[in-house]
Design a protein around this ligand. Structure first.
Ligand code: TXA
Ligand code: MG
Length: 350
C-alpha cells in the first residue's frame, strides 16, 4: 500500500489537507494523526471493518480494546450508553486533554473497537489537528498509538513513518506531541473509579476532583495471574526499543555509582552500552554514551522525551540501556509505568 504523508502545521491548519485525510477516514481507511499525547492510528469507530484494519496495521492482539476519540461532548451520545456524574465532573475539568474515561458502551460502537467488552474508553484530545480531523470526518475515531505493537509510542512524524510506511493510507505529519506519554486511563464503569494507566492527568489531579481512586495492580509491577488483568493493555510487553533496558532505582548517588559499575561490566563483555540520565546527572557519565532524557525538577520534560530517547538508543545501536529511575509522584508515575515495561520489569535496586 502507498502511504501518503500529509504535512499540516498545527499552528496554521490547512483545511483542504484535513478534508483530504477525512475523506480517507470516511472511506474506511486508516490515517495516523497527532494528538497532544502520542500519534494515533485512526479509523471510523462506527465501522467494524475499518477498525479491523487498525489491528492489522499495528499487529495488535485482537483482545486489546481501542480508545474512541471525539471532538465535542455531543458526540459522546453515540459512543457511551451512560455517562456517570463523576465522568461529567472530570470531562468539565480535563477535556480536551489526556484523560480516557471508560464507560458503558453504546450499541453503535462495534465490539471490534472494545475487543468484545461492554465498556468503551473515550477521550477528547487537546490537539487542533486531531479535533479538526474528527470534526471534518464527522465520526468518532478509534485510535491506538501509531506504533507497531510492542514498540515505543510515536511522538514525532518520523517515528510514525518508520513504523507505518506501507501499512496505512495516510500519515498526517503535524509536529512533536507535547505530553509524550499516552493518556491516563480511568475506569468509571463500576462502583469505584479505578486507574488502569497513569498519564498526563495525574492520579492526584483526578482525586482532587472526584475523591479516592483505586489503582489497578500492575501499574509498576507485573501481573502474572490469568484473569487478574482488568485492562488488556496492561499484560503486553510494551514500549520496547531493540536494546535491553535495565532500570536502576535508589538514592541518586548510589544509582550513579551502580550504573557506572554495570556499564563497565557490560562494556568488558563487548556490549554497546547506553545510559539514560537526566540534566542533573549526565555530566557524571561523560565517558559513556549518555542521553539526558529531561530535567528531574520538571518531570513533564522527561515524559515528553521518553519514547523519542528510547528510539534514539536504537539508532545509536545500543545493546543495553541503563536508565535512572525517577520519583513516582505526579507525572512520574506515568514515566515509571512506561519505563518498567520498556525494561520488561528488569530493575536493580542500588
Ligand atoms: O493517549 C492515548 O491514549 C493514545 C492517543 C492516540 O490517544 N492512544 C493510546 O491507545 O494510547 P492504546 O491503544 O495504545 O492504549 C489504549 C489502552 C490500552 O491499554 C487498553 O487496554 C486500554 O486503553 N483500554 C481501552 N479501552 C478499554 C476498556 N474498555 N477497558 C479496559 N481498558 C481499555
Ligand atoms: Mg499503545
Amino acid at each position: 500500500m502507498k502511504t501518503t504523508v500529509i504535512d499540516i502545521d498545527p499552528e496554521n491548519i490547512n483545511e483542504d489537507a484535513i478534508r483530504k485525510a477525512a475523506i480517507l477516514i470516511r472511506k474506511g481507511e486508516v490515517v495516523a494523526f497527532p494528538t497532544e499525547t502520542v500519534y494515533g492510528l485512526g479509523a471510523n469507530a462506527l465501522d467494524a471493518s475499518a477498525v479491523h484494519r487498525i489491528f492489522e496495521a499495528k499487529g495488535r492482539p485482537s483482545d486489546n480494546p481501542l480508545i474512541v476519540h471525539i471532538c465535542d461532548i455531543s458526540m459522546l451520545e453515540e459512543v457511551a450508553e451512560h455517562v456517570p456524574s463523576k465522568a461529567h465532573l472530570l470531562m468539565e475539568r480535563f477535556w480536551p486533554g489526556p484523560l480516557t474515561i471508560i464507560m458503558k458502551k453504546h450499541k453503535k460502537i462495534p465490539y471490534e473497537v472494545t475487543a468484545g467488552l461492554d465498556t468503551v474508553g473515550v477521550r477528547m484530545p487537546d490537539h487542533p489537528i486531531a479535533l479538526a480531523l474528527i470534526r471534518s470526518a464527522g465520526v468518532p475515531l478509534a485510535a491506538p498509538s501509531a506504533n507497531i505493537s510492542g514498540r515505543p509510542s510515536p511522538t514525532k512524524p518520523e517515528h510514525v513513518i518508520a513504523d507505518m510506511q506501507g501499512r496505512i493510507a495516510a500519515i498526517i505529519a503535524g509536529g512533536t506531541c507535547k505530553v509524550g506519554v499516552e493518556s491516563t486511563v480511568l475506569d468509571l464503569s463500576g462502583d469505584n473509579p479505578v486507574l488502569y494507566r497513569p498519564g498526563g492527568i495525574t492520579l492526584e489531579m483526578i482525586e482532587g476532583v472526584i475523591g479516592k481512586v483505586d489503582t489497578a495492580p500492575g501499574i509498576l509491577k507485573p501481573v502474572f495471574a490469568e484473569g487478574a488483568v482488568p485492562s488488556p493493555g496492561m499484560k503486553y510487553k510494551h514500549y520496547s526499543p531493540k536494546a535491553r533496558v535495565i532500570i536502576v532505582d535508589g538514592p541518586i548517588d548510589r544509582v550513579i555509582a551502580r550504573i557506572k559499575k554495570e556499564a563497565d561490566a557490560y562494556r568488558q563483555r563487548g556490549y554497546n552500552v547506553g545510559i539514560m540520565a537526566t540534566e542533573q546527572t549526565k555530566a557524571m557519565y561523560s565517558e559513556y554514551m549518555v542521553i539526558a532524557v529531561g530535567d528531574r525538577e520538571k518531570p513533564e520534560t522527561i515524559a515528553a522525551a521518553l519514547f523519542d530517547t528510547l528510539r534514539l538508543f536504537d539508532k545509536a545501536k545500543a545493546d543495553v540501556v541503563l536508565a535512572e529511575a525517577v520519583d513516582t509522584n505526579g507525572v512520574g508515575l506515568a514515566i515509571m509505568n512506561r519505563m518498567v515495561r520498556a525494561a520488561g520489569f528488569d530493575i536493580i535496586h542500588a
